[in-house]
Design a protein. Sequence first.
Lengths: 236, 332
Amino acid sequence: MSGSPVVISASGNTALRVVSTLPDPEAGWRLVHHLARFVDEALVPGVVCVIPTYDAALVEIDPAEVSLERLADYLRRVVEELDHDRPLTERPRTFDVPVLYDTEGELDLAMVAAAQGIGIDEVIRLHSGPTYVVRCLGSPGGSPMLDGPAFPRPVPRLASPRAHVPQGVVSVAGRQATITPAAAPGGWPLIGRTPLTVLDLAAEPFVPYEPGDLIRFRAIGRDAYEALLGDRMAAR
Amino acid sequence: MTAGILRVLEAGSTQVTDLGRRRGPRFGVPVGGALDQRSARVANILVGNAESEPLLEVTALDLEFVCDIDVLIAVTGADAHVTVDGVGRPAGQPVSVRAGQTVALREIQGGLRAYVAVRGSFEVPRLLGSCAPDSVLGFGGRLDAGSTLPLRQATAPVFNDHFSAELYSLDVPRLPSGFVVDVTDGPDIDDFGDTSSRLFEQPYLVTPKSNHIGLRMTGPLPERLTAGEVLSRGVPVGAVEVPPGDELLVLHRGRGVTAGYPVLAVVTAGSLDVLAQVRPGQRLRFRRVSAADAAARARADLVELDALRSRVRSVFSALDALANATTGRTLL
């Protein structure tokens, strides 16, 4: 359909992938998240769940209840009505995240710096410089998915993923960055760790941020890390 | 709310689960839940529960438990030798168990996972509306010998005094036998060019690294012909991927919700239940089907389950009538 701000295609027999075609990635990101919220709140029959990410949303369906074609038509009409200029969050909260960067060679910081052709200090400067928008919540366990720092080039994923990545590590891959709230296997290079506890299973949702909130990283030393260890991540 | 206690005597590899955490994926949490959804639904239907009620998922190893109240249970999924106080009882049927009797599931075979539903279900913690375990978040988990589960409801036993012959035999739809796994084309099939057809050429061998997150298998690997880092995006349950290495990866319900690998094909909902029953060391074949055929199959499965639900309702009301009739044989 010409003029539609999205392309909708099947992702197997039980999901649709809705991808923004808007030239502005910010508008595309807002669009797919507005769509996800709308579909969630409207309780559309046959929709199992919606996973909005950066420029796309995956809509999982129960094929016994609705066909992919019918749902695609419906979503196209919904998208026409959505205002992709409207901010996702009226008042974004800012989370200050202290990071003990990997200057002692325990993790992958040196490897990341070498692959970029820049120094370790420069990697830290580029990573802790910007204020990041939480683009979406990803795996594992509600990881805040962020745009990557302004590195010269995309960061390659590890050739062999780690079987165990501890909670609290700060990592980068491709043009993305994140914090890992819960221990899990992972293939992203790790550049540091925060002493803060991100996950709180007694809260709902169990991570404190949501898409549209802001995250800032701040370099700290070993003493500050030890002093802050176990504190809950909270908005400033 | 608690009417009694189920006490685990021998836990094997058993966990409390349900049909999954539908609200999880948008928070970056996999949907999880019973890997063989159909068997889980059937177990709950057989005891008159809502299909989404918590039940036990028993993987490969023996389970033994005792309840301190009378209960009605049903065992489905992989074939298991079910006994109550040592007496063989049928799987795939509602079975009355008296307070203090020991229920055992042994020799699970012909599949990997069995399901045990109890009428009234259990009182268990939930996260985002589901009791399904999530190993990454550290929510829920395996039961141990000595674990207890609060039961919500006692069910007066229904027994036939004549040699304990079964009172009813419900026609329970079974999974197709043989490990044929239906897939539809994935969104990124073009990334694999002509090599995508390798998926259908020969059987794949399931390796021991397989689990609820995904099954890994060896066989002729399609090759990704494109390169470059892809932005993380939602990946459907059932996605067939070719990660670096020498194995094919098929994601199941425990999969991370976002990933950056291209998706070659997607397993149909019904065939995800087949995958849930495949053991490491077994071989399976992929079969390409259209999305329309997959949807028709899903609707037919739903009709079968609806029919079973109404048969169960008929049996329960007939038994109630027998038990209450003044001239009828007592069933207690």
